[in-house]
Design a protein around this ligand. Sequence first.
Ligand code: SF4
Ligand code: SF4
Ligand code: SF4
Length: 316
Amino acid sequence: MQINRRNFFKIAGATAALPLASATAAEAKKKAPSPNAVGCLVDTTLCVGCRKCEQACNQRNHLPQPKQSFEEMAVLENLRRMDDTSFTVVNKYYPHNIGTLAWRQRPTYVKFQCMHCADPSCVSACIVGALSKAPNGAVVYDANKCIGCRYCMIACPFQVPAYEYHDALTPQVRKCTFCFAQIKDGGLPACAQVCPREVITFGPRDQLLKLARWKMKNNPGKYHERIYGEREVGGTSWLYLASEPFENIGFPDLSPTPPPRLTESIQHAITSYLAVPLGLYGVLGGIMWLSGYLKKSQEAEMGGREQKEDKEAGNE
Ligand code: SF4
Ligand code: SF4
Ligand code: SF4
């Protein structure tokens, strides 16, 4: 590459622009739930732990039959997590706040699955775009893009994505799909469709929040005063009502700031702080490279001149 004054100032200009670019990226706003987002409101006070939702999910997603049948209620005595063969599980929690009201004396059953976060950590962590956020709020997975790095599993604050470790050839990350193929065409999630107690209400997320507030207002004392998923990690498509504080029934206590905003701010801060020294190093490097180039050119020129002078002297 021929270096000249114009090229040198181009390099210097590019390095000096780095801090500005990083500062702009650091101002990236928190991604709010989309106005077109749909969701599910799970009223845990209605759930009887029948596991019909687990069975419907299993069938719709063509998952293998579990070792113990879906009629087996003893499985509820152990807390379970979603895995590659169960995209949703129902867990049973014995009450902490036993009172005189009948609904306080019964266990709380909670159906868990992917929360379909508004600003999903799994999407942010995936370096190849195998996980993406659809306009209707569903977080969908593309096995063709996945390279099996499993960063999504580490990033998820709800520990949802599971991996097919048993499959040596074509392992996939597995999680609730939000029945995307059905809901995009106006259908219902299988779990919401099958629930005999109408625990799961599917609809536009903003309407579900209104319904949750209406329920709380019209049933004083029944619900714990919080809609889980309204604010946690920036909001989730799946929302919950419960009679117990959520930390008593398996929900992590999470900040309203989506984890991707925190990690990206840290990354951008590091980039900003590093950009100034890097820019200076770039400029210094450019100066050193230019000096070296000029020195070599000078030496070459001098060598050529000496050779010419010798030649001329020899000719005399
Ligand atoms: S089908 Fe409904 S009532 Fe039965 S466990 Fe699932 S959410 Fe609860
Ligand atoms: S719950 Fe986990 S897997 Fe589901 S969208 Fe949120 S970060 Fe992704
Ligand atoms: S939305 Fe579909 S994939 Fe998700 S838990 Fe319900 S049935 Fe399973």
